[in-house]
Design a protein around this ligand. Structure first.
Ligand code: PCP
Length: 380
């Protein structure tokens, strides 16, 4: 079985076969006509600012894609909030990168979408512990893209083991309903106690308390069974049984507190959106969030040639000429022609990424997370 999954292999991405067929026909045609102009191309979502910021993510994959090619590439740093104008610029012969456009846009569009969704989650509960549970909603080959974007957005943890190994950030989590079900109805204590006996001391004892009976009932049983070894409970009440989720969680908190379990933390999960987080954030200590991250729409980036042979050019509807983008002194985003004086006190955002195909910037996710944290303080 050479290729067990519907996953395009890395080699096809790196050699440019992970592309739309029309780029290969473009190569054939330009080579036939003896044309391979010197161009500047830009990657842009909206031409002008719209008032809605998005998070740039996926740059490390783009660097891996274009490294070694005879190109200069500049980009705004990963983790930057952007609102209109280009985020990446490629300078070189067109045929040097034509076939890579599809993968390049895919890398940026999906990762930036996840990171933008994850930032909305982060901002909805700035002080809570928030874990990414989104890997289950995507093809496993891109789970690390979800988790990396979530970490860049400032989430506290991730659930996916292989992604954690890749990113150098150990996966965490609680327990699934499957574990409780395996011990049988009425045997929840056996499940929680077996978990406590089996897993390492470094794992927080967070009991899932909604499998068979009422959330308050299961929570109090978990507290009685584990005593002060219980560090938290997770409530994941299924949508059809949820009713007033905030009320359920307040009841759980009340009953724990009134029995001296004030230190037992309360975690909520299951279909939770930033809006839900704002509704219940004062009652819970943490969240597990999946679809609010993975269902975020991809950012609609396009790659456009804006200069050929030093002359500005563009298709209609797009802005010709090379551009610069700035963080303005009041935290806004400004787009202007390269070479013009930017806004007073503005910081030009583009930085070199590749020079003659060589990587000239560090690209770790921790760096991007720190960048976003700083940029958030300026923008919001
Ligand atoms: C939780 C929930 C969703 C998971 C989290 C993803 O799973 O029921 O399926 O969250 P999302 O709704 O924000 O995307 P678990 O309770 O761990 O799953 P299971 O019922 O399989 O044990």
């Amino acid at each position: 079985m050479d290729q067990p999954f519907d996953t395009v292999p890395d080699e096809a991405i790196l050699d440019g076969r992970a592309t739309d067929a029309y780029f290969l026909r473009t190569e054939t045609t330009l080579e036939h006509a003896g044309r391979n102009p010197d161009v500047v191309a830009e990657v842009t979502a909206d031409q002008f600012p719209t008032g809605e910021f998005e998070v740039l993510c996926g740059l490390s994959d783009v660097a891996s894609l274009l490294a070694g090619r005879d190109l200069d590439v500049d980009a705004v740093p990963e983790g930057t909030l952007f609102d209109g104008g280009p985020v990446l610029r490629i300078e070189g012969r067109y045929l040097e990168f034509a076939r890579y456009e599809t993968s390049l846009l895919g890398f940026l569009s999906q990762a930036s979408g996840f990171a933008t969704g994850a930032l909305a989650v982060r901002r909805a509960a700035p002080d809570a512990t928030v874990l990414s549970f989104g890997a289950r909603h995507v093809h496993p080959a891109v789970a690390a893209v979800v988790e990396r974007s979530a970490l860049i957005a400032g989430l506290d943890g991730i659930s996916h083991v292989a992604a954690g190994e890749l990113l150098g950030h150990e996966a965490s989590g609680t327990m699934p309903h499957a574990l409780v079900l395996c011990f049988g109805r009425g045997e929840q204590e056996a499940a929680w106690l077996a978990f406590d006996e089996a897993v390492g001391e470094e794992v927080a004892r967070i009991a899932l308390c909604d499998t068979f009976t009422d959330e308050v009932d299961e929570t109090l049983r978990a507290a009685a069974a584990l005593g002060d070894r219980l560090s938290g409970v997770r409530i994941d009440t299924t949508g059809s049984r949820r009713g007033d989720f905030r009320h359920i969680l307040r009841e759980v908190r009340w009953e724990l507190d009134s029995r001296g379990f004030e230190d037992v933390e309360l975690f909520a999960s299951g279909g939770i959106t930033p809006e839900t987080m704002r509704e219940i954030g004062d009652v819970v200590d943490g969240f597990g969030i999946g679809s609010a991250i993975t269902s975020a729409p991809p950012v609609d980036f396009a790659l456009d040639i804006v200069e050929i042979g030093s002359e500005p050019i563009s298709k209609r509807g797009k802005l010709s000429g090379v551009k610069e983008v700035y963080r303005t002194s009041d935290g806004g985003h400004h787009v202007g022609p390269r070479g013009d004086e930017g806004p007073e006190g503005g910081e030009a955002l583009f930085e070199p990424l590749l020079r003659d195909g060589e990587l000239v910037r560090e690209l770790g996710w921790e760096r991007a997370r720190d960048r976003l944290r700083e940029d958030r303080d300026r923008v919001y």
